[in-house]
Design a protein around this ligand. Structure first.
Ligand code: NAD
Length: 452
């Protein structure tokens, strides 16, 4: 089989490489000629574990190609995937579909044979129908189908997620389109991956519903963490106690500085906005969005509070800048709120991120970027762990203590054990766990006993 993948970003490049690994001849197309040039030279423009080897292997096998020429890439294909970006539209939070629609126009102009045009980008309900209209209007002579095949991979574990997904969702409306999609995903049938075959609208809505639900789970546990801090409870034990319930599930119950990344913030917003359009307001998700936005700001306030109420002229070491480990993606990372808020309060920022500093430099100015964690800590008044990269999990605490001006750590990812940190002589502030500084459980218990 042959496919063209329009857009060679995180999703397009990973999906394209994985389809070629399934034995499908795949051409990845991107408008960005420097990206394509780098790929042709064997250079991978993004950081994703395992991707370089997979690309190299399939290029060498003659199954994976890169080009800027969309016309050439779609000749004789069974399917054309649209994997371009769908960022938030400035001002109103709706998904910006201009890249999807212009890709559809380019595909319409270029195709000369039957193909299934598949939207892999995350798009609001109704987009597949619009893609169909665009192509039918431009090419009334062309035989084609549209399908929706939202992608659920996660950056950092993208290849495993694509090769062994929990499920594949396909919205297709003709038997012909369905059989092309089944054939493409045949290797996953063999490992008994559930395939949800449905209509376009359902597939589109399912993707937003999935991301919104996960964002809600994160926000829920963050709210519970706030409660734990007040009540002297341990949020990790609460998460374990509820997560062991099969109806709830253990994943996405880790408290932190709020969700970020290239998907959850824009997808929750687009889900809420498209709900409005259909007269089905998503109030739960509206609240999740509000809470998450304010949480990022509250994290800066926590660091300021831990520093005694002012960071004016203080040096803060920030460990981790990307929105999660194992990616260089800085989009909507909590650090993009926390660092400027600390700077606005007068702090001087020294930072280290194992992979994300090149991207971070474009977005966070007036920061001293350091070669490693210890260099960032050297002479700082406080260290804040913002992303839980593995290399921050086992810092030499003696060395950390000797480098810091004051042994003060704000651990926004709960990487360290509070008791051990206190034992090691740190003024340690985690999230949602009993600690000496933020637990008002005693006074609350006293107030309850007094009938307050
Ligand atoms: N990144 C993720 O983890 C993830 C996971 C699941 C779904 N998604 C969704 O997948 C879509 C793509 O996301 P991404 O992170 O891969 O985006 P990205 O920004 O990394 O990549 C998009 C690529 O498309 C290219 N492009 C845009 N218009 C083009 C055109 N007309 N022709 C050729 N190339 C074109 C851009 O140059 C860019 O390289 C989005 O809708 C996103 O929500 C992303």
């Amino acid at each position: 089989m042959r496919i063209a993948m329009i857009g060679a970003g995180y999703v397009g490049l990973v999906s394209g490489a994985c389809f070629s690994e399934f034995g499908v001849e795949t051409v990845c197309v991107d408008k960005d000629s420097s990206k394509i040039e780098r790929l042709k030279q064997g250079e991978i423009p993004i950081y994703e574990p395992g991707l370089a080897a997979l690309v190299q292997k399939n290029v060498a096998a003659g199954r994976l190609f890169f080009t800027t020429d969309l016309k050439e890439s779609v000749a004789g294909v069974d399917a054309v995937f649209i994997a371009v970006g769908t960022p938030s539209r400035r001002g109103d939070g709706h998904a910006d579909l201009s890249y999807v629609f212009s890709a559809a126009e380019e595909i319409a102009a270029a195709l000369d044979n039957y193909a299934v045009i598949v939207t892999k980008s995350t798009v609001p309900v109704g987009t597949g129908r619009k893609v169909r209209e665009i192509i039918a209007k431009a090419r009334p002579d062309l035989e084609f189908d549209v399908a929706s095949n939202p992608e659920f991979l996660r950056e950092g574990s993208a290849i495993g997620d694509f090769m062994r997904p929990d499920r594949v969702v396909v919205g297709a409306e003709s038997e012909r389109a369905e059989s092309v999609m089944r054939a493409l995903y045949r290797p996953l049938y063999l490992i008994e991956t559930p395939i949800v075959m449905t209509n376009l609208e359902t597939a589109e809505l399912a993707k937003y519903a999935a991301n919104s639900f996960l964002a809600m789970k994160i926000t829920f546990i963050n709210e519970v963490a706030n409660f734990c801090e007040k009540a002297g409870a341990d949020v990790h034990d609460v998460a374990r106690a509820i997560g062991l319930d099969g109806r709830i599930g253990a994943k996405f119950l880790h408290p932190g500085p709020g969700y970020g990344g290239s998907c959850f913030p824009k997808d929750t917003l687009a889900f809420a906005r498209s709900g409005d359009l259909y007269g089905a307001r998503q109030r739960l998700i509206e609240t999740v969005i509000d809470l998450n936005d304010s949480r990022k700001m509250e994290m800066a306030d926590r660091i300021i509070a831990a520093c005694g109420g002012s960071v004016e002229g203080k040096e803060i070491a920030i460990l981790g800048l990307t929105f999660k480990p194992n990616t260089d993606d800085m989009r909507d990372s909590p650090s993009l709120t926390i660092v400027p808020a600390l700077q606005a309060a007068g702090a001087v920022i020294r930072a280290h991120d194992p992979i994300g500093m090149e991207e971070a430099r474009k977005m966070l100015k007036d920061v001293t970027y350091c070669d490693d964690a210890y260099q960032a800590l050297d002479g700082a008044d406080c260290v804040a762990i913002v992303t839980e990269w593995n290399e921050f999990r086992a810092l030499n605490l003696k060395r950390v203590k000797s480098l810091l001006r004051r042994p003060l750590m704000v651990d926004l990812r709960n990487v360290y054990d509070p008791a051990e940190m206190i034992e090691a002589g740190f003024d340690y502030h985690g999230i949602g766990r009993p600690g000496p500084l933020r637990t008002d459980a005693d006074s609350r218990t006293k107030a309850l006993a007094e009938g307050d």
